[in-house]
Design a protein around this ligand. Structure first.
Ligand SMILES: C[S@@+](CC[C@H](N)C(=O)[O-])C[C@H]1O[C@@H](n2cnc3c(N)ncnc32)[C@H](O)[C@@H]1O
Length: 265
């Protein structure tokens, strides 16, 4: 497949697509329960200053701000089209995490979901993000890993997901297993309490994870086909999910957390 990297919002992943908002909302519906539990494991403190990177439609930022009743959440994204500026403790900001910066040790909590795997050099981006983390502060980075689908025993699932991942890698540079490399990176940077947790998601049941996959396949189809994925493999997966009794684990959310030793330890 032809490899060509374009900036996130210049691809069919971006907010100019007709279904972009629905895709972000389906992603939130699928993953927010798991993400909230992961954030609660950091033992959130009301006065914390938090950074939500690549906040999308903002559900995590707004939920966090409800928890941090004496703190503040800075919610960033390349594009704020679907990020409402409506919470007294959420400050929204256009910010490219690969280019723009924050002050050293500015945040007690940094969270990002489904962002780093889309970056050209996610390891460098993750390392510079760590410089914004205060002593005693937590970083929680999550990604969507499609390995389950690629290795499915169902040919339609394996073919559809393999085509989707290869097409996205070719068209946008997606590295959908990047987050699984973060524990070693965090350890190298002196962080402690490093953990990796995984929640597989099921498709075929009509639930939120399936909605996210369906909207993604439809929205990204022109880009995937241009990159060499066959239309048959995409349609085959969509049809497979339509048939009663067809259920499978097709992707998982991978959550990597760690703490910088220091002040609040
Ligand atoms: C798949 S969406 C996930 C949205 C949100 N994190 C969630 O899980 O609900 C990826 C988001 O990352 C943002 N993004 C991509 N590259 C970025 C960058 N370099 N800096 C900041 N945000 C970025 C996109 O604009 C998009 O909103």
């Amino acid at each position: 497949m032809r490899r060509q990297r374009r900036a996130y919002h210049q691809t069919e992943l971006g907010n100019r697509e007709e279904t972009a908002r629905d895709r972000l909302l389906a992603l939130e519906a699928a993953f927010d329960g798991w993400t909230r539990k992961a954030l609660c494991r950091t033992r959130l403190q009301e006065s914390w200053r938090a950074l939500e990177i690549g906040a999308g439609a903002g559900s995590v930022a707004f939920w966090l701000a409800d928890q941090l009743t004496e703190g503040e959440v800075v919610a960033t994204d390349l594009d704020l089209t679907y990020l409402p500026d409506s919470h007294p403790r959420v400050r929204t900001m256009v910010h490219d995490l690969t280019v723009d910066s924050f002050s050293h040790a500015e945040f007690n909590l940094i969270h990002a979901r489904a962002v780093y795997e889309h970056l050209a050099d996610p390891e460098v981006a993750a390392a510079r993000t760590l410089s914004w983390l205060a002593p005693g502060g937590w970083i929680v980075i999550e990604g969507v890993d499609f390995t389950f689908g690629v290795n499915s025993p169902h040919p339609a699932v394996a073919s559809g997901l393999s085509g989707m991942i290869a097409g996205m890698a070719a068209a946008t540079g997606l590295d959908s297993t990047f987050e699984r490399t973060l524990p070693a990176l965090f350890h190298q940077h002196g962080l402690v309490d490093v953990s990796l947790c995984v929640q597989p998601m099921v498709c075929g049941d009509g639930g939120a994870a399936e909605q996210f996959l369906r909207i993604s396949l439809e929205q990204l189809k022109p880009m995937l086909v241009r990159a060499g994925t066959t239309e048959e493999s995409i349609d085959g997966l969509l049809h497979w999910m339509d048939s009663p009794g067809n259920l499978d684990t097709v992707f998982a959310i991978v959550t990597v957390s760690a703490r910088r030793p220091g002040a609040d330890s």
